[in-house]
Ligand binder design. Structure first.
Ligand code: FE2
Length: 314
């Protein structure tokens, strides 16, 4: 159509979208265009600001490669990933859920372990932690025979794939729930870590005076046919950044009680000094069991860990 005024632009674009065959594509794209055009009108976006916005979006792609995805990082930093997770879990956002973002560091084919085993595969600094997790369905019944991948960062904030100093598969393992829906393992207590700030995500956080830290957590991936595959993260109750997670991932259902024990005997005889325990319940829903495409496939090459830059919250 011939554009007579600024209003016509939206009508012209939306009417072209109507030509598409896929109804879901039409729904998503026409709504996105209407909201995008309304946003341009509301803030009266200038030509210079449009050029700047295009440069930022181009940079998101330019910085993304096999081992880093700046687009996913900014989706998390703007809360979009957390919103999509909460709308698609907990019976369509109706109730609390233990689902959470997958994160960038899940590896497929984690070594299978017996319950109670340690996932520390080479000497690794950190306080011992003994973790028990119960997998239940929404009626509270235990789910037996579910495969549960676990993985987490070291107490220096690095996953093994980022850290040449850690053994392959360190702090990762795959467990199977018993008749009580239980898995258990030994590890070291993880610490929080900064997300990369060398690109548009860093600019975004600096402009707002935000820090770039994720609170300490352990990742879980629960797989059993008949149930929707659940990604979860259980956050450390003693982390100072629970309320300011840079990826907006912390919900009430995911704050785990990481209990410190100073004077009690540990479940393993070799533990001297303080140790931690964590017990948490994870609730899965009926649905499609489908493993995600692994975001990474192995350890990074080279001999250096990534540069850790920490921004402070103003
Ligand atoms: Fe993580």
């Amino acid at each position: 159509m011939i554009i007579e005024n600024q209003r016509d632009v939206t009508a012209a674009v939306v009417s072209e979208i109507e030509r598409a065959a896929d109804p879901r594509f039409r729904e998503i794209l026409s709504s996105a265009v209407r909201h995008l055009h309304d946003w341009v009108r509301e803030v009266k976006l200038t030509e210079a600001e449009l050029q700047k916005a295009c440069a930022i979006i181009a940079r998101l792609g330019q910085l993304s490669d096999k081992s880093h995805n700046e687009v996913v990082l900014i989706a998390g930093s703007l809360g979009v990933s957390a919103l999509v997770c909460l709308l698609n879990n907990g019976q369509g956002g109706q109730r609390a859920t233990t689902a959470n973002m997958l994160g960038p560091f899940w590896r497929a084919d984690s070594p299978r372990m017996d319950n109670g085993a340690s996932i520390v595969r080479a000497p690794t600094r950190g306080d011992p932690i003994f973790v028990t997790a119960y997998v239940k369905d929404i009626d509270g019944s235990p789910v037996a025979g579910a495969e549960v991948d676990v993985w987490h960062s070291s107490d220096e904030g690095f996953y093994e794939n980022q850290d040449p100093g850690q053994a392959d598969w360190n702090l990762r393992g795959k467990f199977t729930t018993d008749a009580q829906g239980k898995i258990s393992f030994r590890s070291i207590k993880p610490t929080g870590y900064p997300i990369p700030v060398n690109g548009p995500v860093g600019d975004l956080l600096r402009a707002q005076g935000r820090h770039n830290l994720r609170p300490a957590h352990i990742h879980f991936l629960i797989y059993k046919p008949g149930y929707k595959t659940q990604f979860s993260q259980v956050y450390s109750s003693d982390d100072p950044n629970l309320a300011t997670d840079v990826q907006f991932g912390v919900t009430r259902a995911l704050i785990g009680q990481y209990v410190r024990h100073d004077d009690e005997p540990a479940p393993a005889a070799d533990v001297k000094g303080p140790w931690y325990s964590l017990e948490h319940h994870l609730v899965i829903e009926r649905g499609e069991a489908k493993l995600p495409t692994p975001p990474i496939t192995g350890k990074a090459t080279g001999d250096a860990r990534p540069l850790s830059v920490v921004l402070h919250r103003r």
